[in-house]
Design a protein around this ligand. Structure first.
Ligand SMILES: *Cc1c(COP(=O)(O)O)cnc(C)c1O
Length: 388
């Protein structure tokens, strides 16, 4: 008997059992890695629902079912990377369509929009979505999609998903929320009225810095059919082994996220009281402008934060960035190990300097992905790096 996960089941049970059905041929409790490109048919057109692995793969289907379950959605689709998932969403549009997007978001999303899709005649407006009125002002008859990220990467700005969903519904546009930073443990945008949730599964869903993958989750069947058509026609599907890794990651998502949140609180407070630190960007501080909304739409504040030093020079930031021993200097986030990053030269280097300075992504900004090591060790590591 399998568990009915649509019932009022608690998050820990849901994450562990999402997508998991014993393999019908052997009873294997873990979904096998179906490392195959094709499936044998008994007569032309007579098959078991599997024809060719770009369109159908049982390991991927198990993961896609898990993705839907953990985001409280009906359908999940897995992609070869987070940007491939984003790419699929933009391919819903046609030349002349317009998109309203946040002005503080993942650098690779901005690059995809400006460097790839603008040349196909899609127009993007970047606004500060922390004030939803800015979205209303940018709307026009050509707007087809609203794209938001909350909390944002790297400044941890918060956008009210429910408020934006109401605007989107009224305007008849699609709202897609990049939920990578919060993860489904902390926030479920579909419950708040979003049409599509996007994840870089590379981050918290995988959780072990060993896979590149993306996801889309939705409730609307027509939208699912269009996105599935794009997934199989454009072909950015993940391989079965990578699907297995993300399925496995999801089973411990709640345990890891709880630890990320606990360590986040300790590190955020330590940095805030450090004499050399100017500003800590973390949505768990009561005086953070998005605190009330974060409290309303999230179940915790996560393990991501950014900070600046009182000395705003790149040199001062570089000393800290290259001085940590437990925090590794690297792009990416959401793994069990702690990472330190310099957005201006690393993750967000594809955003022109004058553009990023406009919204506060300064040269000296340091971003942390706080892992699940011992919090005292993490604080000690930052302490010695700041004393350099
Ligand atoms: C990493 C990231 C992406 C892109 O995902 P990839 O898996 O690297 O392609 C998109 N959005 C956010 C918020 C990210 O952190």
């Amino acid at each position: 008997m399998s568990i009915d996960l649509s019932k009022n089941i608690k998050i820990a049970t849901k994450f562990i059992h999402a997508g998991a059905e014993p393999d019908p041929s052997t009873g294997a409790i873990m979904t096998p890695i179906f490392q195959t490109s094709t499936y044998v048919q008994s007569a032309p057109g007579q098959h078991k629902g599997y024809e060719y692995a770009r369109s159908q793969n049982p390991t991927r289907f198990a993961l896609e079912s898990a993705l839907a379950t953990i985001e409280n959605g009906k359908y999940g689709l897995a992609f070869g990377s987070g940007v491939a998932a984003t790419d699929a969403v933009i391919k819903l549009l046609v030349p002349g369509d317009e998109v309203i997007a946040g002005n503080d978001m993942y650098g690779g999303t901005y690059r995809l929009f400006t460097k790839i899709f603008e040349k196909f005649g899609i127009k993007f407006h970047y606004v500060d979505t922390t004030n939803p009125d800015n979205i209303t002002k940018a709307l026009n008859a050509k707007t087809k999609l609203i794209w938001i990220e909350t909390p944002t990467n790297p400044l941890m700005n918060i956008t009210d998903i429910e408020a934006v969903a109401a605007i989107s519904k009224k305007a008849g546009t699609i709202l897609c929320v990049d939920n990578t930073f919060a993860s489904p443990y902390l926030q479920n945008p579909l419950d708040l009225g979003a049409d599509i949730v996007m994840h870089s599964s590379t981050k918290y869903l995988g959780g072990h810095s060993d896979v590149i993958q993306g996801a889309l989750i939705m409730n609307d069947t027509a939208l699912r059919d269009q996105l599935y058509f794009i997934q199989k026609s454009c072909g950015a599907v993940p391989g079965p082994f990578d699907c297995f890794l993300v399925l496995r990651g999801i089973k411990t998502l709640h345990v890891r996220m709880k630890a990320h949140c606990e360590n986040g609180i300790v590190v955020a407070n330590y940095l805030r009281n450090h004499p050399k630190v100017d500003k800590v960007y973390w949505c768990g501080f009561e005086d953070h402008p998005g605190y009330a909304i974060a409290k309303k739409q999230m179940r915790g504040f996560g393990g991501m934060l950014s900070f600046t030093l009182k000395d705003p020079s790149i040199e001062a930031a570089t000393k800290v960035l290259s001085g940590t021993k437990i925090f590794s200097l690297a792009e990416s986030l959401g793994g069990v190990e702690s990472l330190i990053n310099h957005p201006a030269s690393m993750t967000h280097a594809s955003i022109p300097r004058e553009e990023r300075l406009k919204y506060g992504l300064t040269d000296g900004l340091i971003r942390l992905s706080i892992g699940i090591e011992d919090a005292d060790d993490l604080v000690e590591d930052l302490k010695q790096a700041m004393e350099r």
